[in-house]
Structures are given as structure tokens and as C-alpha cells.
Ligand binder design. Sequence first.
Ligand SMILES: Nc1ncnc2c1ncn2[C@@H]1O[C@H](COP(=O)(O)OP(=O)(O)OP(=O)(O)O)[C@@H](O)[C@H]1O
Length: 486
Amino acid sequence: MEEWVEKYRPKSLNDVAGHNKTKQALIEWIESIIGGQNQKPILLAGPPGSGKTTLAYAIANDYAFDVIELNASDKRNKDVISQVVGTAATSKSLTGRRTLIVLDEVDGLSGNDDRGGVAEIIKVLKTAENPVILTANDVYKPALMTLRNSVNLINVGSVHTNSIPPVLRRIALKEGFEIDEKIIKMIASHSGGDLRAAINDLQSLATGGSIEIEDAKELPDRDSEKSIFDAMRIIMKTTHYDIATSATRDVKEDIGTIEEWISENLPKEYLKYKDLAEGYDYLSKSDVFLGRVYRRQYFGLWRYASALMTAGTALAKEEKYRGFTRYGPPAIFTKLSRTKGSRQKMKDILKKIALKTHTSTKRARNTVDYLTVIFESNAEVSAELVEYYELTKDEIEFLTNKTITKKILSVIAGKKPKVKKETPKKTEKPKEVMPIIPKRPRISEPPKEPLKEVIEETLEKSVEKADTKEEKKKDPKKQATLDSFF
Ligand SMILES: Nc1ncnc2c1ncn2[C@@H]1O[C@H](COP(=O)(O)OP(=O)(O)OP(=O)(O)O)[C@@H](O)[C@H]1O
């Protein structure tokens, strides 16, 4: 399916929503270049999806320039850059038109990479005679400090919320579907000035069938925090290390949840088996690190887990997949919420068994396995077990089925003594029942002799004992010392 953001990318500056000052600055810049003046390259800096690349293409189109784009997915090494920016600079393209060079996502470059890093780009830009437009999200990265001096920096803000609805309305009209104005407004306000996100949201709602207001309410809010949907899109689409690792920076979900999201969405994006296998390989490695972090509290390993998860999976693909992908939340979460009731029931059963058998609930799982087999084969034993473990009807049914449960319960009912309905006759004397008094244990038997005598006798005995001990001590012959051994 074609991505609407590409399909409806404005061809002319007139179609670019908002950014009036930027458009004016670009027009003046290109006209002065056409007029033969030397101009520094332009660096368009602004949030994702605000239209930086679109602006570059639109101006090229309006002034009949061909575009050579080097985006982050291309191998922007020194040779490629100097070949494109350097040698092509003075010549016209095959069509005889001039060329505009677009270097996308320069904030993805690392400062000291000598094969296509910032230093190399600056060197090449100085020799470039063709106009160059660079784009970046985060121009204040330290790596771009020196680059900022070699360019004309234009800050492109996010698209104003009021400029978004007309774009969405136009797309809906061209796609031939009707959409409630309230939903349009909702998409616009959710987008937080990211027009690409707004168009993607519109497309994902439209491809889901009818566009309902309830669905629109579910849209991720991009205003407050970066949404997990954006993070997915960035990780799945980019082939650049820095961009991938920073994708999850402002996402509110924890790292474990992000891992589940990547795991869920990877096969939706990576259609080549090799890419997919490699992607999962990185994800599993990240999981190993994450396990260590949790188990051993080695928080230093955290960043390796995060890098393997984001950049590892992003770089696993050979090349970018174009086209629209509808990312979604991990199925495991919906499954868990669906099965919450039954998991709770199992927990209750395990707790009961664990309590009676003095084991952990983990061990009690084995008992459950045996129980289900016994329930199916022997109703009498089952009845005893059910009574012993104090299982309820629901719980028995949960472990087996309705018929077996009925059988077991009828055995239990049959065992219970029947309550006599007739009341005993008043004249009849109740039979005397001899109570069975258990024999007391010996220890607690009272001494047969009177207490006083017993005490006196014991005292006498102990005095005698002490005397003989004293005598023994006094008898030197009987005293064994070390000397006596020599
Ligand atoms: N101001 C705009 N007017 C009309 N369409 C826009 C505008 N901004 C963005 N879009 C739409 O969003 C898509 C993405 O925009 P673009 O690639 O220009 O964003 P960007 O600012 O370069 O983003 P990134 O920083 O992620 O590269 C475009 O293809 C276009 O469909």
C-alpha cells in the first residue's frame, strides 16, 4: 500500500502548509544563487514531520532544479559525498537542469566519523558550487557545532494546528471518503504539529474501515510525550544508528514494553526473511542484557540492551522498506488482558493447593496436572481431593468440564449424612453415650506420692550425690591430671 505521506507530498511551495517565512527565505536564497551569487548551504532544522524535506523538494521543483538526495539510509561515506556534492557541483545534470543537493537527517552523523562524518561534509560543502539544503531535527547536538558555522540556519517550527485540517480534508477528498469535521480536528490536535503523523493517522483510520470518532479518540497523543507509534516508525524505517537509539528517548513506555512492541511489529515491516532473522537476533541479544540488568542489578548494561534493541533491529535491514505499515500494540498485551479472569482463577486454585501441601504455587502446578487426570478417571478419589483442597464448583469446572464436575459433586453429596426430618419423641430417653476419654500421656500424670514427700526425697538424694562428688574430688588418687599419664 502506498504511503499517503509520499503520495500527497506537496510538489510546490504553494502546497506546503504554513511556514510562510521559511518559504520566503528559501525563495530569496535560490534566486540569489540563480543570479550568480555565492550562498552558504541552508540547514533546515525542525521537528520530525514538519516539512523540511518537502520544502527542499518543493523549491527545487518550482525553480526547475533536479534533486540529488543523500538520506540517512544511503551509505554517506566520504567518496559518495564528494562525488555527489563535489564533482557534480559545477556540471549540469543529464536533463540540462541545475542540481539541488539535499542531505537529509544530518544530525544522524557522528562527529568524528572520518568516512562521511560532519568534518568531511563541511570540507566538501566548501567546494560545492551547487546549492545544498541540509535537514536536521536536533541542530544543537555537539557534533553539529562546527557545521552550524558553515550554513545558513533556518528554524522550521512544527506545523500550526490550524494548517493541518485543510491538508487532511484535501487528502480525504482525493481518496474519495467522507470524514467528520470533528475527527479531522481530533487528528490535528493529536498530531502535535507533526503533519506526517497526522496523515499517517488518517491513513491508518481509513484503512481500518469506517472512520469512527471512537477510533480517533484512541489516537496516540503526540503533544505531551513522543508516542510509541512514532518510535516504532523511526526504528523500523531508519537505517541510522543515532536516529534509532534516540527514537525511544522521550517515550513513556518502559524498556520491556518497547521490546514487546518491536517484537510485534518487526514482521510487519521486515518482509525479507534475512532482515527479519537478523532483527530478532539483535532483539534476543538485547533481551539477554536486559535479563542481566534485572537479575543482577547491573544497570551499566542497560544502554547495551537499549542500543541492541533499537539500533540493532534498525540496522538489521539491508535497505529501507518504503510503503505504509500499520503498527500495532503487542498481541500479548491484549491476550493477557483477555485471559486475566482465567489466570486469576488458576492462581486461586494454586494458592489453595500450595496452602494444603505446604509448597510453593509453582510446585502446586504439578499437582494441578495430576488433579485433572484424576478428575477424569476416578470420581471417588476426586471427591476426596476436592474436599481436601476446598475447591469450589467453578474451580473444578475450570480444571475439567461440566459433566465431570457434576459427577464429583454428586459423590460428595452422597457422602454427606442425611438429615433426619422426624423430630425425636419427647418421652423417649436419649441413649447415654459413654464419652471416650483418651488416655492421658504419661508425662502429665500426677505423681502418686504426696508432693511434699516427693520433694523431700529428691532433695535428700541430691544432697547425697553432692557429698559423694565432694568425696571423689578430695580423693587424690582418683583425680586424673596430665602428670598422671607420665
Ligand atoms: N508543511 C507541510 N505541508 C504539507 N505536507 C506536509 C508538510 N509537512 C509535512 N508534510 C507531509 O508530511 C510528509 C513528511 O514531511 P517531511 O519528510 O518533509 O518531514 P521532515 O520535516 O523532513 O521530517 P523528518 O525530520 O522526519 O525527515 C510529507 O511527505 C508530506 O506529505
